[in-house]
Design a protein around this ligand. Structure first.
Ligand code: MN
Length: 265
């Protein structure tokens, strides 16, 4: 902030930029819909509910002048946020639930790593430390406290193509164990976001440790975002992500509206 500008000036300037399009808002959220696939666990484990929308009334006998619905879904349904308590590695951390976590992570900058071409060639593509270092050579070092978003092209997919389910489980891209450990421990990121169903790849049960993104992120008190869409509208760096999960009592995560503030054209 320049010396002659107060925080109040900066907020006024931002409000002005938002109204003139100098800064625009980009929606990174999938529509919460019964048709959108949710994660499928092996049958011996419990399952996350998909979205269910049940009409209470729509200007009819159940409510002549009003329309409203009852809804139900799992905490990890649709575009959603993962809190540290979601994984066993984060279960004893302080303020590890969506209702107790600090507010500051809910508005934070993002670095976007485009892996679209590699993911189109191979749905099991893994983001590596080498690829992150190559990104940094081009765009600069990843700052502590920022989101790293893995752009895979999955945000444009729907249905079976999006879920990537085969007989041996899901085939979707994600980070390898070394890459996510590097981002958490050496770069101090706030969290990791993906366009797929999960911060980990579809075959992450076979990695070491299993589900390395969940293992390292949540064990270090960091966060996850998944089922994002629209990442192609974000610059490699310079966007601010607004991601505020629902304040669910002791919640492990929640569906949410994720918005990005990006510099206008
Ligand atoms: Mn989740």
């Amino acid at each position: 902030m320049p010396d002659n500008q107060t925080p109040s000036d900066v907020l006024s300037a931002l409000a002005g930029l938002l109204s003139t399009g100098g800064v625009s808002l980009v929606d990174l959220t999938r529509t919460l819909s019964p048709d959108d696939p949710t994660i499928v666990m092996p049958p011996e484990f419990g399952q996350s509910w998909p979205v269910r929308i049940e009409r209470i009334s729509r200007y009819d006998g159940k409510g002549p002048a009003w329309y409203w619905n009852n809804i139900s879904f799992g905490e990890h349904t649709g575009t959603h946020f993962d809190a540290p308590v979601h994984w066993v590695t984060g279960r004893d951390l302080p303020c590890n639930t969506v209702d107790t976590m600090p507010l500051s992570p809910m508005l934070a900058p993002a670095c976007v790593i485009d892996c679209t071409d590699a993911c189109a060639r191979d749905p099991d593509h893994l983001l590596t430390r080498e690829a992150i270092l190559a990104w940094e050579a081009q765009h600069g070092r990843i700052d502590p406290g920022c989101w790293v978003l893995m752009r895979s092209g999955w945000g444009r997919k729907t249905g079976a193509d999006y879920a990537g389910l085969r007989a041996d489980g899901a085939h979707t891209p994600g980070p390898d164990a070394d890459a996510i450990r590097f981002l958490v421990e050496d770069r101090g990121i706030l969290g990791f976001g993906t366009e797929t169903i999960g911060t980990d790849c579809g075959q992450a049960a076979h990695l070491s440790p299993p589900f390395p993104a969940h293992h390292y992120l949540h064990g270090a008190g960091r966060y996850g975002l998944q089922c994002l869409t629209g990442l192609e509208a974000l610059p490699e760096r310079g966007a601010l992500i607004f991601a505020a999960p629902l304040k669910i009592l002791a919640g492990s995560g929640s569906p949410l509206r994720v918005l990005a503030l990006v510099p206008g054209a």
